[in-house]
Design a protein around this ligand. Structure first.
Ligand code: NAD
Ligand code: DAU
Length: 362
């Protein structure tokens, strides 16, 4: 039985991972440690609440004393670090929190693990991103040896944390693993990110703000496949190694947004209750609005995940066409989850983020 500390486990990927692990490994103790920032949501973890082998702790990964106490109290032998400020646009508005959590927070966790783990059998998995590799041209893909070239405060802070993780392996022999993953989508993703933002705006008949000319490319992975990849690396990955994780599903933003419009139109067309709730005349494609581009906007990401496929036997299983339809269905069925979010502090963020963009594009 492992005693796993899941930091950032109330966020999008962390909560999907906690629920996934409960089913895949019922014997493990799961301790979710999360600051509950705007992106953390205990509703995501509701299905675990009655589980005696699960505990939620509200805490900040930059609080070394608290983290150390949890290691001792729970006898933590495994860490999966999801905790982060994760949104590129927010890092442009205000980078400080990104340095504090992503750099200092990861440092605190590494140091707590180093001090607590005096014998073997431990694992520290750091969840990172493909954005640390920078931007690609028309061809090629990121491998584990692609040099780091981060372009936003977010990706720079993740790159810094990856370097600390690497250093703790080489200097102290801490049994670390790093995964660098491409763009995730699926249930419980906070509405600031492209796919949920477009689904919710399309349902509500609001403008769909596409940055620049919409030709930037991302490589999409369903969150359930990411959870399976992390589980695989945790169980079978070699300490000190980096594993790239991707969906082999490159799409231009504009194609994603048009696909979401078609999926929402079809859903409303085939379901009277939905059509009444989100009445709209014609195709939602007419809501697409090209707005001012993101500063330093990376053109293209693509992950070469040959290493994890060959070495550990993981591969993505959810096709993008299936995944996007099921994700639209999830947001339709879980209206109360996102309505609570978009009516609160998010509204102020949205106005600040999009007003200038839309004005500038006029
Ligand atoms: P998210 O923003 O949805 O969730 C982040 C969680 O971390 C929230 O629950 C938040 O409350 C918590 N948190 C923030 N600061 C904290 C702190 N100081 N102490 C404790 N908890 C804190 O993010 P996500 O999309 O679920 O991403 C999770 C991780 O995966 C991040 O490290 C991100 O860099 C990485 N990642 C994300 C993607 C993606 O497409 N979303 C892709 C690759 C890698
Ligand atoms: O690649 C992995 C990364 O993917 C993760 O490390 C990040 O945590 C995660 O947020 C995500 O970063 P992106 O910047 O790629 O995701 P985002 O959803 O913000 O944007 C995806 C693309 O869509 C990007 O090219 C910008 C564009 N976009 C985004 C928003 C929010 C728009 O055109 N309009 C929008 O309103």
């Amino acid at each position: 039985m492992r005693k796993i500390l899941i930091t950032g486990g109330a966020g999008f990927i962390g909560s999907n991972f906690a629920v996934y692990m409960r089913q895949a490994h019922p014997e493990d103790r799961l301790v979710v440690f999360d600051k509950l920032t705007y992106a953390g949501n205990l509703e995501n973890l509701r299905s675990l609440e009655a589980d005696a082998n699960y505990r939620f702790i509200k805490g900040d990964i930059t609080d070394f004393e608290h983290v150390t106490r949890v290691f001792k109290e729970e006898g933590i032998d495994t860490v999966v670090n999801f905790a982060a400020e994760s949104h590129v646009d927010r890092s442009i508005l205000g980078p400080k929190a990104f340095i504090e959590t992503n750099v200092n927070g990861t440092f605190c966790l590494l140091e707590a693990a180093r001090q607590a783990w005096t014998s073997g059998g431990n694992r520290f998995l750091h969840v990172s991103t493909d954005e640390v590799y920078g931007s690609l041209g028309e061809t090629g893909s990121f491998t584990e040896t692609t040099p780091y070239s981060p372009n936003s405060p977010y990706s720079a802070s993740k790159a810094a944390s990856d370097h600390l993780v690497r250093a703790y392996f080489h200097t102290y022999g801490l049994p670390v693993l790093t995964t660098n993953c491409s763009n995730n989508y699926g249930p419980f993703q906070f509405p600031e990110k492209l796919i949920p933002l477009m689904v919710i705006n399309a349902l509500n008949g609001k403008p769909l703000p596409v940055y620049g000319d919409g030709t930037n490319v991302r490589d999409w992975l369903h969150v359930s496949d990411h959870c399976a990849a992390i589980d695989t690396v945790l169980s079978r990955g070699r300490a000190g190694e980096v594993y790239n994780v991707g969906g082999r599903a490159e799409r231009r933003n504009i194609d994603i947004v048009e696909g979401i419009c078609a999926a929402v139109d079809a859903r409303a067309g085939s379901d009277e209750a939905i059509a009444r709730l989100y009445s709209f005349g014609g195709s939602r494609k007419k809501l697409i609005t090209f707005v001012k581009d993101r500063p330093g906007h990376d053109k293209r990401y693509a992950i070469d995940c040959t290493k994890i496929e060959k070495e550990l036997g993981w591969k993505p299983s959810v096709t993008f066409d299936h995944g996007i339809k099921s994700t639209v269905d999830w947001y339709v069925a879980n209206r109360s989850w996102w309505e609570r979010i978009v009516s609160g502090e998010y509204l102020r963020y949205y106005e600040r983020q999009y007003k200038d963009r839309c004005d500038a594009a006029k």
